[in-house]
Every structure is written in C-alpha cells, then in structure tokens.
Design a protein around this ligand. Structure first.
Ligand SMILES: Nc1nc2c(ncn2[C@@H]2O[C@H](COP(=O)(O)OP(=O)(O)OP(=O)(O)O)[C@@H](O)[C@H]2O)c(=O)[nH]1
Ligand SMILES: [Zn+2]
Length: 227
C-alpha cells in the first residue's frame, strides 16, 4: 500500500489528472475535507477483479447459488458499478473538464443552478442517497460553463459520502475553480439507510448547506438563496 503523500506526489505527475482536479484536491486536503483515502495504487482492472472476488464471497456466504444464470454475473456487475460508476469520483482522473470563460460581462450577481439531480451512496451502509442540489456563485474573474456545476456535483456524489461532506466538497471545488469565495450550496436528500432499513422512515429527508463569502455576510443574499 502506498502512503497517502506518495499517492499525491504520483498523481501530481500524472498528466491524466487535470490541473483543475489537482487544485481542487489540494484545497480539500488543506481544509480537511477530502474523502478519507488510503491509496493502494491498484489499477481499475485490479480493483474490478478484487471486488468481483469479494462479492462472490459475500453472495456465497449468504447462501446464494452463484451458478444460477441470473446471479452468476452479479459479482462482476457490482465490481464494474463500483469502480466505473457509483464510486468513479474517487479517481481524480475522472474529474470533469472545467470550461471557464473570462468575465468580460463583469457579472457581479449570483448565478444559480437549482434542483440538480443527485444520487450518491451513504458511506455507512453503502445504500443510495437520492436528492437534489442547488448551487449559486457570484462570478469574479471567470464564469463557469453551466453544465460544469452539475458535473462537479456529480463527481463528488460518485463517492461513498456523508451528505455534510458532499456539500462542503462542492463548495470548496467551486470556490477553488472560480477564485470566488461567494458560493452557496444546498442539498436535500433522502437516505435509503433511513428509508429502507433501520428506522424505516419513508418521509423524512435531510437538508444541508455550505456557504462562503457574501452568502455568509449578507442576510438578504442568503434569504434569496434559500427562498
Ligand atoms: N450525519 C450523517 N449521518 C448519516 C448520513 N448517512 C447516514 N448517516 C447515519 O449514520 C449513522 C450510523 O450509525 P450506526 O449506529 O453506526 O449505524 P446503525 O446501527 O445502522 O444505525 P441505524 O441507522 O440507526 O440503524 C446512522 O445514524 C445513519 O442515519 C449522512 O449523510 N450524514
Ligand atoms: Zn447510511
């Protein structure tokens, strides 16, 4: 297993990790908001093979018949889903390409993207978190391509998460990329670990928010964001 510092140095030299991704990661590390990772240096293919084998063990332990034609490929499907889909955001090589344009329009009012659909995975139970995110920022020197906001939410959602950390990670990513402290993020989500097991509450949902710069200082701006 490689030490965390060694992984960061290796990734800094990896041309498939964009400069934007490296800056966001450094900012998260500095603020103690990075997802806890113990980088093991495995390739995606090595990860798929190991997870497939582990899932085979889990299913076998549950007493499922792995020779059944409906079940036999499930370990492989789960391995692919974890590495390439629902946990793809653990790999900064998959960080979205961030397009920004110079703020020639001198925009100084909030740009808000509301109700971004989001699915993530609860890191305590590995079941779905299903919700929406709303992101607002006041541009400084550059303006972000709108879809990039959805993509950034999607990237950090594709990790095992707690909703509070996910909300903060999106905030820091947008602050880092735009150079503007004036960012607000809110997430409303249903946790299937609360809905489908445990307390089995089918109604409740969780609201979190993370605010920076003028959104913290200006009550009217904050009111508009939450309105
Ligand atoms: N703060 C926070 N907690 C979460 C999130 N997702 C799940 N949890 C909680 O994580 C906690 C884990 O508690 P444990 O007592 O270790 O787990 P458990 O025995 O399965 O708990 P129950 O869900 O109450 O049955 C639970 O209270 C979950 O509801 C999240 O995004 N944020
Ligand atoms: Zn959970």
């Amino acid at each position: 297993m490689l030490a965390k510092e060694a992984v960061i140095v290796r990734d800094a030299l990896d041309p498939s990790i964009s400069e934007s991704a490296q800056r966001v990661r450094a900012a998260l590390e500095e603020k103690g908001l990075e997802t806890p990772m113990a980088g093991n240096g495995l390739s995606d293919e090595q990860k798929r093979l190991k997870i497939e084998s582990a899932m085979r063990e889990v299913m076998d332990t549950l007493g499922l018949d792995l020779s059944d034609d409906s079940l036999c490929d499930t370990p492989k499907r789960i391995a692919k889903m974890y590495v390439d889909e629902i946990f793809g955001g653990l790999d900064y090589r998959k960080f979205p390409k961030i397009t920004q344009i110079e703020n020639k329009m001198r925009l100084d009012q909030p740009v808000q993207v509301s109700d971004i659909s989001l699915t993530s995975t609860c890191e305590h139970h590995f079941v779905t978190i299903d919700g929406t995110a709303t992101v607002s920022y006041i541009p400084k020197d550059t303006v972000l391509g709108l879809s990039k906001i959805n993509r950034l939410v999607g990237f950090f959602a594709q990790r095992p998460q707690v909703q509070e950390r996910l909300t903060q990670q999106v905030l820091v990513a947008i602050q880092t990329l735009t150079g503007s402290e004036d960012v607000a993020v809110s997430i409303n989500a249903t946790h299937y670990c609360v809905k489908a097991r445990g307390i089995r509450d089918t109604n409740s949902y969780t609201k979190t928010s993370a605010l920076g710069g003028k959104f913290l200082e200006d009550a009217e701006l904050r009111r508009q964001f939450f309105a």
